[in-house]
Ligand binder design. Structure first.
Ligand SMILES: Cc1cc2nc3c(=O)[nH]c(=O)nc-3n(C[C@H](O)[C@H](O)[C@H](O)COP(=O)(O)OP(=O)(O)OC[C@H]3O[C@@H](n4cnc5c(N)ncnc54)[C@H](O)[C@@H]3O)c2cc1C
Length: 225
């Protein structure tokens, strides 16, 4: 209830700050839409008339968490398709690749043919085998990032440990734990308008809860550990 009130309050302020809502002549999607459609004082429902690629649109800060295949794709696609964006990618590892960097057990490979398991904006003809192993896939991803100069968006050794949405300001506040070269850590803060999660569904590995596992005398390993 408190949160709803806060959101409505901030929307009212945003509406007042924006002044009267105007349509955009020449925009086929917005020129004929009644302002009430996206700006209804009765309900507090407010959608700013923001058009992708319009130089008049305000600058947005985007933070992506993760520099695996998904994060690399976002780095490239946002650079290619969006203007007026500041994009920062935080990655907890020291290199790109995610799955293919972390999993190196003998025989770790992709069950999709290499020709199809690659980024559609960076098609490689140089795969060593029909089904590639983890290292060639990761080498390919590193090559893509370096060739397309995407590393400039990425901050490594930086794990996002907290993300909190501030409904009044409409921004995400993040806490990031960075591991320095001497092994010590420090926590920094950052914020953004849009937060994109590219953290991978298989990144957080767990040992199975086998009864008695704590009494096992041998070495316990996990393929991703
Ligand atoms: C052993 C294994 C084999 C697989 N085989 C196949 C296959 O044969 N075919 C197939 O299609 N798919 C396969 N997959 C699935 C594979 O994970 C996806 O295809 C793809 O690589 C996922 O990319 P991603 O970028 O979404 O996630 P990931 O590669 O998991 O990358 C996520 C990244 O986010 C980072 N991250 C996570 N949390 C944080 C945080 N809090 N702060 C900062 N960084 C963070 C991680 O360090 C990681 O670098 C396999 C997965 C595994 C584990």
């Amino acid at each position: 209830m408190t949160q709803t009130t806060a959101v409505a309050g901030s929307m009212t302020q945003a509406r007042e700050a924006a002044g009267p809502v105007t349509t955009r002549p020449g925009n086929m999607f917005t020129e004929n839409i009644s302002p009430e459609y996206h700006n209804n004082p009765e309900t507090g429902y407010y959608i700013p008339l923001t058009t992708l690629g319009d130089p008049a649109s305000r600058r947005l800060k985007v933070i992506t968490i993760g520099a695996g295949m998904s994060g690399i794709m976002l780095a490239h696609n946002i650079e290619r398709d969006c203007q007026n964006i500041e994009h920062v990618i935080y990655e907890k590892n020291s290199e790109v690749g995610g799955t293919w960097l972390q999993n190196r057990y003998p025989g770790c490979a992709c069950d999709a043919p290499s020709a199809s398991y690659q980024l559609n904006f960076a098609m490689s003809p140089d795969w060593p085998s029909f089904y590639s192993q983890a290292k060639p896939i990761n080498d390919y991803l590193i090559g893509v990032v370096d060739k397309l100069d995407l590393r400039k968006y990425m901050t490594f050794n930086s794990e996002v440990i907290g993300a909190y949405f501030d409904a009044d300001r409409g921004i995400w506040n993040l806490e990031i734990q960075q591991t320095l070269s001497d092994g010590t850590t420090k926590v920094i803060k950052d914020d953004c308008d849009l937060l994109l999660g590219a953290i991978g569904i298989l990144d957080r590995w767990n040992l199975p809860k086998i009864p008695g596992i704590d009494k096992f005398k041998g070495r316990i390993v996990h393929s991703a550990g």
